[in-house]
Write a protein that binds this ligand. Structure first.
Ligand code: SF4
Length: 634
């Protein structure tokens, strides 16, 4: 593959900086290589495209870079699975540095799951290595002629035909690519059979277990005939004030390790959430019909620690080490080894399917990693199938002769394989909630999705702010943009509509900022790590002083940009509502039994939400109101 440096193509990497930006640009002494690697598989080219300091300072990195690059090419993209779609893999300016959680990478594309703006976030070491290879982002367009892997060895870029990898699991593929390259230092991100088969919620996996799970990024890579991306770097990362960075990290590590929950966090990671959520009565169970699971203690973090955990794992240089390596020692899943699960998987492959057998959840987790499918969407859709058969809305014959029942892990394991291979009913489930509703309209009241994305493992009926968080999330019903459950439960009746909306918007601003910087949100969420610290990090690394408020303003503008991308595909107010299950079907069990999301109350929250964002009553940012889809940051 030819690789050449090109001059800045305006349409690719933003406009030239204006006079006002030039002063800041002179001061930008670190944080960026100022290079995006742009690979066009159809043309067989790889260009290192420079970008301006103004572009860097406006969009920061990660999803900010991804949203801008996608926005500028949007008119060319018809089909999310067509060669014209872009897969943008963008770490942030803090990725790969020694600081808490400096390991995250955003993957951005037009989503095949929802048809709108999509992104997902991946930990591990892949993003750090991409930065060490000298790139701030990787853009992949076009389609390779045959199944291949992309090999980025610093300045050398090759597309290597790899028909022998067809049908292989993502985990096996990672090992095979490393073996072929003969290097353990190389970092590999890979898809499983689900990505090759373009399952709309296919994932991309790296470091054996760190997934970009949501929005179907694995299907986008599969549509490009790329089975894996291998990267090896050797450059230094640009940092304006190295001594300052070292001092700040020493302070940060001191602060984190002296937190009273630090050790407990390392022991359980996100599995600690199971016990809390079930005790609070908000643990989705049996397709979200109930919010308390009678076997929660069989699938929580304490059970994991006692009977299954054999080690910790961490993303690149992260002291939090929240990954749990587990082994099943007995029974029919004996010998299963996997990293995880975390809370979402324990719920979606556990309580949501009536499964109280932790070994079965571990098996499901390991299968999803290897097949390359999202555990949340998979568990959500399988829950719908079980309820549909159990309630007589579908016959067993319509689901390949399976008499589906709650707690039947054999059928769940079988369905995961069918989805990835697109066999029988798995072929329909592989196309996501919208396809299921189209084929079987009678299932609409059972579906728990927003904008075509299956909802994560929190409910909106007990805490209406969480319903608003899902309804307005830019990629669909995803919990990571805003999680307001704890705060609303704590605040109780005294919490006003304004409190709810303010918290949702604050979360939807600060959490995406973490994705732009390339850091993990968990130190902030779980151990109260000071969010201002990240503004200090960004200032030290770039040499340009920034306050948190300045960075939040950029994150907010990027949120407008992602909304404009989706608005260009028809998204508006009508798409910002929770699913019928949340609005029409009362909770069956637990302290919130009988609750639904009240339509009038929700409408009032949505009005206030749009008002506070400066959007129209139809949910459109000002640029679109004027009929001009221009970038709010220019
Ligand atoms: S907190 Fe956990 S998920 Fe986040 S970067 Fe550290 S090890 Fe990875």
């Amino acid at each position: 593959m030819s690789k050449r440096a090109s001059s800045l193509p305006e349409e690719k990497a933003g406009r030239s900086p204006g006079k006002a930006a030039e002063k800041e640009i002179e001061r930008l002494a670190g944080g960026y290589h100022h290079r995006i690697l742009w690979v066009d598989l159809s043309r067989g080219t790889a260009e290192a495209v420079p970008f301006s300091a103004a572009f860097a300072l406006k969009y920061i990195g990660g999803r900010g870079f991804g949203a801008k690059l996608l926005f500028d090419q949007l008119s060319k993209i018809k089909d999310p699975l067509g060669p014209e779609n872009m897969l943008i893999i963008a770490p942030g300016p803090l990725t790969g540095l020694y600081l808490p959680g400096g390991a995250k990478t955003s993957l951005v594309a037009l989503s095949p799951q929802t048809g709108i703006y999509g992104d997902s976030n991946m930990g591990g070491s892949f993003g750090a290595e991409l930065r060490l290879a000298g790139y701030d982002a990787l853009v992949i367009t076009g389609r390779a002629e045959e199944l291949s892997y992309l090999w980025i060895d610093g300045g050398e870029v090759k597309v290597v035909p790899a028909p022998q990898l067809a049908g292989k699991g993502a985990l096996e593929t990672e090992g095979l690519v490393k073996e072929e390259i003969r290097s353990e230092e190389v970092r590999v991100a890979a898809i499983g059979p689900a990505g090759e088969n373009q399952v709309v919620f296919a994932t991309i996996n790296c470091d054996w277990s760190r997934n970009a799970g949501r929005s179907g990024m694995g299907a986008v890579l599969g549509s490009k005939n790329i089975k894996a991306i291998a990267v090896r770097g050797g450059e230094d990362l640009p940092v304006a004030d190295v001594a300052g960075l070292r001092l700040l990290t020493e302070r940060s590590l001191q602060q984190l390790s002296s937190h009273p929950l630090f050790e407990f966090w390392q022991q359980q990671g996100l599995m600690s959430v199971v016990d809390y959520v079930n005790s609070a009565g908000v643990f989705p169970t049996r397709n979200y019909r109930e919010l308390v699971f009678e076997q929660a203690s069989e699938i929580d973090g304490f059970k994991m620690e006692k009977e299954y955990k054999i080690g910790d794992s961490a993303c690149f240089a992260c002291p939090m080490a929240c990954g749990n390596i587990c082994l099943v020692k007995n029974g029919k899943y004996r010998g299963t080894v996997t990293e995880g699960p975390e809370y979402e998987t324990a719920c979606m492959l556990g309580s949501n399917l009536g499964i109280g057998n932790f070994a079965a959840i571990l098996k499901g987790n390991q299968l999803c990693d290897d097949l390359g499918i999202d555990t949340i969407s998979s568990g959500n859709l399988i829950g719908v199938m079980i309820e549909a058969v159990e309630s007589g809305l579908l016959s067993p014959e319509e689901v390949d002769g399976m008499d589906l029942k709650w707690g039947d892990d054999d059928h769940v394991i079988a369905l995961l394989g069918k989805i990835a291979r697109r066999e029988g009913v798995g072929d329909l489930l592989a196309q996501g909630s919208r396809a299921v509703m189209e084929r079987w309209p009678q299932l609409r009241p059972l579906m728990v999705q927003v904008k075509g994305m299956e909802q994560s493992a929190y409910d909106g009926r007990a805490t209406i702010s969480m319903a608003l968080a899902y309804g307005t999330c830019d990629i669909g019903a995803h919990h990571n943009r805003a999680w307001t459950v704890g705060k609303e439960l704590e605040a109780g009746a005294g919490w006003t509509a304004e409190d709810r909306v303010n918290l949702v918007i604050y979360h939807q601003t600060i959490r995406p900022l973490f994705d732009m910087l390339g850091v993990c949100r968990l130190p902030w969420i779980e151990l109260g790590f000071d969010e201002h610290r990240y503004a200090e990090y960004y200032s030290i690394v770039t040499g340009v002083p920034h306050t948190l408020d300045e960075l939040l303003a950029r994150s907010r503008a990027v949120w407008d940009l992602t909304r404009l991308i989706s608005a260009s595909r028809g998204v508006a107010r009508k798409d910002d509502y929770p699913p019928p299950r949340m609005m029409e079907r009362p909770v069956e069990k637990g302290p919130f039994a009988g609750k639904v999301v009240d339509r009038g109350e929700y409408d009032a929250l949505l009005d206030l939400y749009y008002e506070k964002r400066g959007w129209s009553a139809e949910g459109l940012p000002p640029a679109e109101r004027a009929g001009d889809f221009s970038d709010p940051l220019t």
